[in-house]
Every structure is written in C-alpha cells, then in structure tokens.
Ligand binder design. Structure first.
Ligand code: ARG
Length: 463
C-alpha cells in the first residue's frame, strides 16, 4: 500500500517521497494511535451517513463498517503494523481498510478531511477522558467523606499561616477538600457539555458540496449537535484547553492535600499514619517511611499546568483554519490526563488507607493558645466588652501564660483576674478544645453537627 516514491494518500502531485527527517517531524502515529477507537467510531458513523444520504452505496458502506471493525480488533489485539510513512492514525486505518476491502475503502474519505476527522477524534477522546476523571474524582470524594464521617468530632488544630489558629474538626478539614473537588467535578462536567458538538462534516474547512447529514453523524457519536461553523470546527482546540485548565486546578487541589499529608505524616506532627501500601522505605535509613506518593502527587501540577501553558502557546496566534501546529495538541493532553488519573487513584488509595492519630490531633489542638478567640468571645458575651478590648485583654492573658510556659486553661482564676478583675470561673468552660469546636455552629462552621450535615449532603450527591 505504501508507495516509497510518493505518498499513497496524496501522491498525485508529488514525484518524490519525503526526506526521512521530514517524515520524522511530520508523523504523529507514535502518539495519535491512542485515538484509534475514536477514529474508527468516527469513520463508522461517517460511512453510515454516506450510505443513508446515498453518497455511497449500501454495499460499500457495509464493507467499510465491517472492515473498520476488523481494523479495530487488529489494533486492540496488537496485530496491527503502524507505519510512520502513513503519518497518522487516520491514514494508517484507511490504508489498512484498503488492504481488507479494496476499492470501496477509497470512498470513505468522501466529504471528509483529516481536519474534521482529527477534531472529531480528539473531542471524542477528551470526552471519554472527562468521564474517566469524573469517576476517579467521585471515588476520591467518597474516600474523603468516609474519613470525615469517622472523625466528624475529632478535634485538631486549624491553621492560618501554618500557625495554630483555632481548633477545628478532622471531619471539617476533610470536607473542605470535598468542596474543592466538587467544584473540580463541575468544571469538568461544564467543559464536557460545552465541547459536546461534532466537527465532522466541516471537511477541510469550508464544508462540502455533498449532501451530507451532519445531524446524523453527530447523533451517532453521542454529540448534542454538529458544530455550527466549519472554520471554527476544525481550527479550535479550546475544548482541550478547558480540559487542561480544569485538570490544572484539580491537580493544584490534589497538590495541597498531598502537601498536608507530607507534613502530617512527619515525626514532628504524627497527625496521620500512611499505610504500608502507600509508603516507601529508604535504602540507607532503616527507620524511614517516606510519603513518596504524596510528594509525586504534589509535583504533578507541574507537568499538568505545563501542558496547559504549552498548548495555549501552540494555539496563540494561529490564523484560521487548520495548521499543522495543532498536531502538537495531543501529547500534552495525553500526558496530563494520564498523570491526573494516576494522581487521583493514588490519592484515593492513600486517603482510604490513612489513619488519623486522634490523640496526637487532640493534643496538638490544645497547644498554641488555640482557644484564645473563644476567651475573647467569652469576654464579649459575659462582660459585654467591646471585641477590640476583649482582644487586648486576651492578648495580655496569652502573654501571661506564655511567660509561665503554660496554656490558657492552666492559668488560675487569680491569674486571670490580675489582668481583668471582672473575669469569673465560668471562663474555663470555653477554654477546652471540644467546647470550642462544638460552639462553632454557624452555617459552614466546624461544629460536629454541622460537619455531619455536610457529610450527609455529599453522601446523597455522591450516591
Ligand atoms: N495528524 C494530524 C493532526 O494531528 C491530522 C490532521 C492533518 N491534517 C492536515 N491537513 N495535514 O493534526
């Protein structure tokens, strides 16, 4: 099938074949073979439409559709010889179809171009990937909700500036990530809805003079509608960029959680124990349990955001319609998608298996004068003090405790009254961490009852 003197697909006006380096820079088969299933689905829909509109005969279309299934099974079973000379997945499939069914294969490309073909294949591929990400994100969210449910009332330090701020609950902290990932999920779903239009039938750029039925191919491929403008259909990759943007934000969220796991599993924190399945040892230091998976998830944002920047840079400044630059879209997206999926699966595994160290969390929650705000609030409520004054009085009490190397609940009533005479013994009721979190009942607050409400709501959503 391959003709070395000139190309079998477009060799008519060429006397000589390409230079070897030309072939190497031009070929995309090394990576776009990942879209084989989408390419063949697109061709099968196109063949059916060509027959339904009378552009090709029913017999030819049937031969094409049968032959395409054979090609697909050859590829899926590893019995397909991909050829660099045939450049890309589209021409590899078409050439093999020719071997299998003869002349009828030559009619498949009627009213079609590789430009609308690749735009369709890639949309189908990204759409499939969004569905896979959707399932993986949902699994991770379920794992976080399970952690939150188990520890809805476990008290831990809440941080700002990574300095102890106020006590919070483990469940509340887990559910914060569920909210973030929930928005990621909706970003992917939004992108899916927007991209779900079919480029097929745009042909090279201008549409076609054949009486095609674009509604039919769109429907066959599960698209909501055909793309409205043929120039736009073949020349934009914003759907891939939306996927990469959503993936970048999601990877950023995963990176933050990963960073917390790295900190929390350290000997200084001991907030969580990662399971053996998600820890690695050291070849020299026998005591080590390293959180390598978390560190790698933390790093994945680098390549995923890199892909986003790379494709944005490829696309900027390209005149309409198709340019070969756009062939550089796929590897970035494939790599980002693979790594996002890996990160999601690894994070779900780690979150499922990790054990929060409740005593360590609670002990840490009580350090760093974490109930100072509760004390100030008490002064406001019990003594009707303006908050600014309460803040100052509490600051003096913290300084006093610090000078004694003790925590706020360890001060005596006399100590307290030396700073402000009206303080009564009732103040000690607000200095414990369990009371502190239980009191934060405001909507979205850290109180266990509020956390359990969030858990129940998300459990229903994630059913
Ligand atoms: N391999 C090409 C790509 O990935 C397919 C489209 C080629 N179209 C063209 N006019 N050369 O973009």
């Amino acid at each position: 099938m391959t003709d070395k003197t000139s190309n079998a697909m477009w060799g008519g006006r060429f006397a000589a074949g390409p230079d070897a380096i030309m072939e190497a820079i031009n070929a995309s088969i090394g990576f776009d073979q990942r879209m084989a299933a989408q390419d063949i689905a697109g061709s099968r829909a196109h063949a059916a439409m060509l027959a339904a509109t009378g552009i090709v005969s029913g017999n030819d279309a049937e031969a094409m559709r049968e032959g395409l299934l054979t090609v697909l099974s050859e590829i899926e079973t590893g019995n397909f010889a991909f050829s660099t000379a045939l450049e890309d997945i589209h021409m590899n499939v078409e050439a093999r179809l020719g071997d299998l069914i003869g002349a009828a294969a030559g009619r498949l490309h009627t009213a079609r171009s590789r430009n609308d073909q690749v735009a369709t294949d890639f949309r189908l591929w990204v759409r499939d990937q969004i569905d896979a990400v959707d399932a993986a994100l949902t699994a991770l969210m379920r794992a976080l909700v399970a952690q939150a449910e188990a520890g809805a009332d476990w008290v831990m330090p809440g941080f700002t500036h990574l300095q102890v701020a106020q006590p919070v609950t483990w469940g509340h902290h887990m559910m914060a990530y569920v909210e973030m990932l929930g928005r990621d999920l909706s970003r992917f779903r939004d992108a899916r809805t927007r991209m779900n239009e079919c480029p097929l039938g745009a042909a090279a750029l201008a549409g076609t003079s054949f009486p095609i039925d674009r509604e039919m191919t769109a429907r066959e491929l599960g698209f909501a509608a055909p793309c409205a403008n043929s120039l736009d259909a073949v020349s934009d990759r914003d759907f891939a960029l939306e996927f990469l943007s959503a993936a970048s934000i999601c990877a950023m969220h995963l990176s933050r959680l990963a960073e917390e796991l790295v900190i929390w599993s350290s000997a200084q924190f001991r907030f969580v124990k990662m399971s053996d399945r998600w820890s690695t040892g050291s070849s020299i230091m026998p005591q080590k349990r390293n959180p390598d998976a978390a560190e790698l998830i933390r790093a994945k944002i680098g390549r995923i955001f890199g892909a986003n920047v790379a494709l944005m840079t490829v696309m900027k400044g390209l005149p309409l319609a198709y340019s070969k630059d756009m062939q550089e879209d796929k590897e970035q997206v494939f790599d980002a998608a693979d790594n996002l999926m890996l990160a999601l699966a690894a994070m779900a595994g780690m979150v499922c298996d990790m054990q929060a160290n409740r005593p360590a969390l609670e002990a840490a929650a009580a350090t760093g004068f974490s109930t100072a705000t509760d004390l100030a609030d008490w002064l406001v409520r019990a003594l009707n003090m303006p908050f600014r004054e309460a803040h100052r009085v509490t600051g003096s009490l913290v300084a006093l405790a610090e000078s004694r190397s003790c925590d706020l609940p360890d001060l005596t009533l006399e100590d307290m009254q030396s700073v402000h005479g009206a303080i009564t013994g009732d103040v000690f009721s607000v200095l414990g961490v369990a009371n502190s979190v239980a009191s934060r009942l405001s909507q979205g607050g850290t109180a266990p009852v509020r956390v359990r409400e969030q858990v129940a709501r998300w459990k229903a959503v994630l059913e």
